[in-house]
Ligand binder design. Structure first.
Ligand code: HPA
Ligand code: MG
Length: 222
C-alpha cells in the first residue's frame, strides 16, 4: 500500500498552460502545469476508495493540515461521503478537524512545531485519525506532527498526502496514502502557495523564476 502512488519522473515537463485555463494574473508566473485539476480529482477518488476499504465500519477523524491541505481535504472528504451514500452495506462515520502547524524557528526543519487551532488534542484519544496533508517535503514536519498526535493516544494514525517530493535530505518518510511522487521542484496551486500566492489556482504547477521574483516575501517578513 505504501508504495502505491503515481510517480512523475524528473524528465516529465507537464502541460503547456495554453492547453488549459489558468487565471490571467498568473499567466506569466508558471513554468508548466504538472498535474491538471482533473487528474487530481481522479487520483483522489481512488485514494478515497482505498481509505474507505481499509477503515470499513469504524469512525474516522479526518484532520486537515491548513492551509495547504484544504483543497485536497475537501475533495477527499467529498469523495468519501459519496462512497458513504452510495455503498449501502458499509459506511464510515466521519469527524473533521482543522489544525495549523507553526514552527518555533523560521522554517528551520530542526526546530520544534506547535499545533494551533483544532479541538483539544485529548479528543483524539481512542480515535482512528487520518491526517490530510498537501505535500511531504523533507518529512521532518510530519515526523514531529505524528509524535505530537501519538502522545494523545489515538487508536491509530494514518496519513494521506496528495504529494511527496523526491528531495535530497528527505527522511524517507512515506505516507500511508499518497497521490503523486513529484520531482524536486517548487509547485503551487490547488491550495499550495508561494508566500500565500497561487492558492487560487486549480492545477498544480511549477512556478518559474519570474513568479518567484514577483511574489518574493518582502524583506523582514517571516
Ligand atoms: N510548494 C508549496 N509548498 C511547499 C512545497 C512546494 O513545492 N514544498 C514544501 N512546501
Ligand atoms: Mg502542508
Amino acid at each position: 500500500m505504501a508504495q502505491d502512488y503515481i510517480k512523475i519522473p524528473d524528465a516529465y515537463h507537464g502541460y503547456a498552460q495554453t492547453h488549459f485555463c489558468v487565471p490571467k494574473h498568473y499567466e506569466e508566473d508558471l513554468e508548466n502545469i504538472l498535474i491538471p485539476w482533473g487528474l487530481i480529482q481522479d487520483r483522489t477518488e481512488r485514494l478515497a476508495r482505498d481509505i474507505f476499504q481499509d477503515v470499513k465500519d469504524e469512525p474516522l477523524t479526518a484532520l486537515c493540515v491548513l492551509k495547504g491541505g484544504y483543497r485536497f481535504f475537501t475533495d477527499l472528504l467529498d469523495k468519501l461521503t459519496t462512497l458513504n451514500r452510495s455503498h449501502g452495506s458499509v459506511s464510515v462515520p466521519l469527524y473533521v478537524d482543522f489544525i495549523r502547524l507553526k514552527s518555533y524557528e523560521n522554517d528551520d526543519s530542526t526546530g520544534d512545531i506547535q499545533v494551533i487551532g483544532g479541538d483539544s488534542m485529548n479528543s483524539l484519544r481512542g480515535r482512528n485519525v487520518l491526517v490530510v496533508e498537501d505535500i511531504i517535503d523533507t518529512g521532518h514536519t510530519m515526523a514531529k506532527l505524528l509524535a505530537i498526535l501519538r502522545q494523545h493516544q489515538p487508536k491509530s494514525v494514518k496519513v494521506a498526502s496528495l504529494l511527496v517530493k523526491r528531495r535530497p535530505g528527505s527522511t524517507g518518510y512515506r505516507p500511508d496514502y499518497c497521490g503523486f511522487e513529484i520531482p524536486n521542484l517548487f509547485v503551487v496551486g490547488y491550495a499550495l502557495d508561494y508566500n500565500e500566492y497561487f492558492r487560487d489556482l486549480n492545477h498544480i504547477c511549477v512556478i518559474n523564476e519570474a513568479g518567484k521574483k514577483k511574489y518574493a516575501a518582502p524583506k523582514g517578513s517571516d
